[in-house]
Design a protein around this ligand. Sequence first.
Ligand code: PLP
Length: 373
Amino acid sequence: MLNPEPLSEIETPAMIVDRDRLQQNIAQMQSLADGRGVRLRPHIKTHKCVEIAQLQLAQGALGVTASKVEEALVFIAAGVRSVTVAYPIVDRRKLARLLRGAQAHGTELRVVVDSAAGFEALTRGSQDAGTVVGAFVEVDVGLRRCGLTEHDPQLVPLARAVHENPTTKFMGLLSHAGHAYAASSREEVAAIAAEECQILQRVRQHLEKAGIPVPEVSVGSTPTVLASDSYDGITEIRPGNYVFLDRTPVRLGLATMAQVALSVVSTVVSRNDDFLIIDAGSKVLSSDLGAHGTAGVDGYGLAFTESGEQLQVVRLSEEHGFVARGGADLPIGTRLRIVPNHSCPVVNLADELVVVSDGEVVGRWRVAARGAL
Ligand SMILES: Cc1ncc(COP(=O)(O)O)c(C=O)c1O
C-alpha cells in the first residue's frame, strides 16, 4: 500500500487487529507448543479469517480446528490440508457436505463423536461417501457440555466401535476444559489443566488395557494452555482465543492488556450527564460477558481514551453503547478503543478486520467464515 490510511481516519465502528501483537501471539503459542513437544492445531472459531489461519500454518501449526461444518468448509476450500471439526455432527446432510468438501480438496478430516447417534450418522456418512473418517471420542473433563465422562459406561464401547468400524479410524481422545474460564486465578486454571491431563491419562490407559490403541490426546483452551507447565501424555493442543485474547485471560492473569490484539474503535455520538453514547452496541460488541457464559468482568467492554484513561461500557442497546462517564468530559466525535470481554463472538459480528500497525491501516481481511453457524 503506497499511502496507508491513518487509523484516526477510518469510519467507526471498526474491528481493529493490531498486526504486531497478533503475530507475536501466534509466534508465542507456536514456541510454547514446540517447547512442550506437542502439535498445535489452532481453533479458527476465534478469527474465522483465512489470512490469520495462513499465518498460524506458516508458523508451524499442522492444521486447524473448526466448530461448525460451514466454518470448516471455508478453510477446506482455502486449501488447509488438515481440519478437525471439534463439534458433534449428528445431521447426515451436514456430514455429507463436509465429506464432499474434504474429498474435493484432498483434505485430511477428523471429527468427534460422543454418542451412539453421532457414531451412526458418521458411519453411514462415511459409507455413503466411500471414505474412512478419523474420529476422536470426546471426553467431558468438567465443562458438562459435550463428551462422555471418564466413568461413563458408553466410553469404551464407543471407542471400540470407532476403532473396529472399517469406515472410521479411531484418532484418540479430545477434550475442552472450557470451565477454566470461570476460574478466578491462574492457579485455579492450572489445577483444571492438570486435572484434565490426569483424566485423559486414565482414560487412555483404560482404553489401551482394553486393547484399543490411543494415538492422539488433544486438549485445548487458551487459559489452560497458558496456565499449565507441562503436558504429560498430551499430543496436540487446540487453543483459539490466544490469537487476539480479550479481557477474560487478562482477568485470569494469563495475559496483559498490551497483548490483546483485537479492539473495536468507536465514536462518541451523543452524551448526557451519566453516559457517553458510542456507535458500538450489542450488534458490534455482542452481549457476551465472557466465554461459556462466565461473567468475571464488569460491563460489556473496557474503553480506552487516546490518553489511556479507562472507562466501562456499562450498558448496550443494539446500535448504542453506554459508557459510564466517570469524571471524563469527552466531546462528541471522540474516539474510544474498546477491548471486548470475549473476542470470538465479537469477530463473528464483523464483515472485515481492519489490520493496523504503528497507527496506520495496513490491510483489511474478510471474516470469511462469519455467520457460519
Ligand atoms: C472444542 C474446543 N476446542 C478448542 C477451543 C478453543 O478454546 P479457546 O478459545 O479458549 O482457546 C474451543 C473453544 O470454545 C472448543 O470449543
